[in-house]
Design a protein around this ligand. Structure first.
Ligand code: SF4
Ligand code: SF4
Length: 189
């Protein structure tokens, strides 16, 4: 029997890209035997254009551009269910994360709002060592052009002490900043 993977000639560039993503995720797509357990347990699969099993299949078929342009990688909630359930130990959640970073790096962002949220969240962690909810919402609303989005929810949450306008830092925030700087030196965003 001929393996379908061999029927599609891979460009060297695609192979290198897949190896890069695998290395960053610390996993191998070749371990996957397409059982579908990851998709069956994924709480976000219903909203994805390619559920987790198919994302792995695209990579196995060297269709890396198609995988990077999939909305699925932005819909993935990083819940880790797929990685936990996989009988072959494929870390699909880490692959999704590595592909998000690669898509950002290549400017292939199919869901700009999710990318804006991702950036705003990481900015808070970089600056304060932890999430800064009010800053996140302000940056997200500004960059997505919806200035008053969720404004009605903000005040009651502040009154109840759930959200603070003043950012709080953690002790080791300088160490966290160094991790971000190092990631940037290594080609990250
Ligand atoms: S659960 Fe693992 S082996 Fe099964 S399809 Fe998903 S990645 Fe492949
Ligand atoms: S980590 Fe992402 S792909 Fe995996 S189960 Fe959770 S939402 Fe689905």
């Amino acid at each position: 029997m001929v393996n379908a993977v061999t029927l599609i000639p891979a460009r060297e560039h695609d192979r290198q890209l897949i190896s890069k993503v695998e290395k960053e995720a610390g996993t191998s797509i070749n371990l996957c035997y397409q059982c579908g357990k990851c998709t069956a347990g994924c709480p976000a699969a219903f909203a994805m254009d390619y559920p987790p099993r198919q994302i792995i299949r695209l990579l196995q078929l060297n269709l890396v551009d198609q995988a990077l342009e999939a909305g699925s990688i932005w819909i993935c909630a990083s819940c880790d269910t797929c990685s936990t359930r996989c009988p072959r130990g494929v870390d699909i959640a880490a692959l999704m994360d590595a592909m998000r970073r690669e898509a950002l790096y290549q400017g292939k962002i199919t869901d700009k709002k999710v990318a804006a949220f991702n950036k705003a969240f990481l900015n808070g962690v970089r600056n304060f060592g932890k999430a800064y909810e009010a800053g996140l919402l302000m940056q997200y609303n500004l960059t997505t052009g919806q200035l008053l989005k969720d404004a009605g929810l903000g005040l009651p949450m502040m009154k109840r002490g759930k959200v603070s306008m003043i950012p709080h830092s953690i002790k080791g925030k300088d160490e966290i900043k160094k991790i971000f700087d190092r990631a940037k030196q290594l080609g990250g965003e």
